[in-house]
Design a protein around this ligand. Structure first.
Ligand code: ARG
Length: 462
């Protein structure tokens, strides 16, 4: 006779499991987070079993009653999780059996923990994806609002982190709006593959009971069935895809963070983060540190690690289920938790951002950022681009030696580099002129920035 705390599978063993093994193999310490999904899945399974005549209507009622009580216990925190019972599934099933007797023991008919856990994780991930998607949407709204306010704010655009050409700060912000838009697409694409039902695969080969998988899928809101039982219980590609999408979200936010850190450095002085989003130094009284963006950058490493961890977890596994897969949960949970926390704080932080437009404009004027505009000016007056490039390079060299900006040269000095230059060159050399001239879809002209915002707003509504 098995002891009361013995595991559901201990019947064929001649000695109890070693204490070390018990602790090493238990997952309840983290998979308790699947409890709600586990109960949802069990109820759908039980209803289907009753519908198909595998269990009785009375059994179903007992199971429903027991699960309602267990849900209450879990929500109120009075449920006792036991490591002796290994994982979330066995903990809940044991409690159900304690509460309702034989009906609880019939629940596991026609399924296995292998298809059960895959179902639970998919349900959990589906709802996590929906939450993350909502936060991405909110962050993109914050970006649109900021971009709208700064369509006319001029900043230096960089290549190689050297001043390249002036751009609209709004345009710069919209670059992130685009990235996060593709992140939303990736998540929704991934969601379609998460949202398939593995239940019915049982341990690996399917089950001998007359089950109706579509009924379970419909109740749980799955849009399709996993079509192969071996695949259903063993592959975790859906979780890997989620981690990949998550790693890209974090990568985008990490790049943004890196820019915020640079911009708030006094050498740049482009922005200020609200004090409530900064931290001080315990030794240097003058410091105001960008801990939040730094941590976003830092946590990105962890999330990338989860992706590589899951890929590595999967790569050596023969079909079908292996216990290795128990290791899929912590990376998935941590990726989702980190995304939620990061997206939340990022939106709030950007809401408290102030911009020093004068400092941005000054920096945009330095570094000969309108040199390309001067070359384009000469091309429009008949000079081949390569020659125009050379003439402007000489002008830049001269101005640099003089410690002056191109726009600060006199017309006579400029004409020394090419006689085609006229008075109207100064409009071209201004940063505003440079922006306004890039007036096509996707360009940085403030007019285009406003059009892009309008397009984004109408497609969000549509
Ligand atoms: N805790 C297990 C997991 O996460 C549940 C499945 C256990 N299946 C098994 N055959 N041991 O994967």
């Amino acid at each position: 006779m098995a002891e009361p705390t013995a595991k559901n599978w201990s019947g064929r063993f001649s000695e109890p499991v070693d204490e070390l093994v018990k602790i090493y193999t238990a997952s309840v310490g983290f998979d308790y987070r699947l409890a709600e999904c586990d109960i949802q899945g069990s109820l759908a399974h039980a209803r289907m079993l009753a519908h198909c005549g595998v269990i009785s209507g009375t059994d179903l009622q007992d199971i429903e009653r027991g699960m309602a009580q267990i849900t209450g216990e879990i929500q109120s925190g009075s449920f006792t999780w036991s490591v002796d019972l290994e994982d979330v599934h066995l903990n809940i099933e044991r409690r159900l059996t304690d509460l309702v007797g034989d009906a609880g023991k019939r629940l596991h008919t026609g399924r296995s923990r292998n298809d059960q856990v895959a179902t639970d994780l998919r349900l959990w991930l589906r709802s996590a994806i929906d939450g993350i998607d909502g936060l991405l949407h909110a962050l993109r709204e914050v970006l649109l609002t900021l971009a709208q306010a700064h369509a006319d704010t001029v900043m230096p655009g960089f290549t190689h982190l050297q001043v390249a050409q002036p751009v609209s700060f709004g345009h710069h912000l919209l670059a992130y709006h685009e990235m996060l838009g593709r992140d939303r697409e990736r998540l929704s694409d991934c969601r379609r593959r998460v949202n398939r039902l593995p239940l019915g695969a049982a341990a690996l080969a399917g089950t001998t009971y007359p089950i109706e998988r579509q009924m379970v899928a419909t109740e749980l809101g799955f849009e399709a069935l996993c079509e192969n039982s071996l695949d259903a219980v063993s592959d975790r590609d859906f979780a890997i895809e989620f981690c990949a999408a998550g790693a890209l979200i974090m990568t985008h936010l990490s790049r943004f963070s890196e820019e915020l850190i640079l911009w708030m450095n006094p050498r740049f002085g482009f922005i200020r983060l609200a004090d409530r989003f900064c931290t001080g130094s315990s030794i240097m009284p003058q410091k105001k540190n960008p801990d939040v963006p730094e941590l976003v950058r830092g946590k990105t490493g962890r999330i990338n690690g989860h992706l590589v961890g899951l890929l590595t977890l999967m790569k050596g596994q023969p079909l079908a289920y292996n216990k290795d897969n128990q290791e899929d949960k912590e990376p998935v949970f941590d990726t989702a938790d980190t995304l939620v926390a990061t997206l939340r704080i990022f939106s709030a932080m950007l809401g408290g951002l102030t911009v020093d437009a004068a400092a941005m404009r000054r920096a945009a004027q330095e570094g000969f950022s309108t040199a390309t505009d001067l070359a384009d000016y000469l091309v429009k007056r008949g000079l081949p681009f390569r020659e125009a490039h050379e003439a402007v390079a000489l002008a830049v060299r001269f101005a640099a030696a003089e410690g002056r900006d191109l726009a600060a040269l006199t017309l006579e000095e400029l004409r020394g580099f090419d006689a085609r230059i006229e008075e109207d060159v100064f409009a071209v050399l201004s940063v505003e002129g440079s922006l306004a001239a890039r007036n096509h879809r996707g360009g940085t002209a403030p007019e285009q920035v406003r059009a892009a915002i309008a397009r984004a707003r109408s497609s969000e509504q549509g």
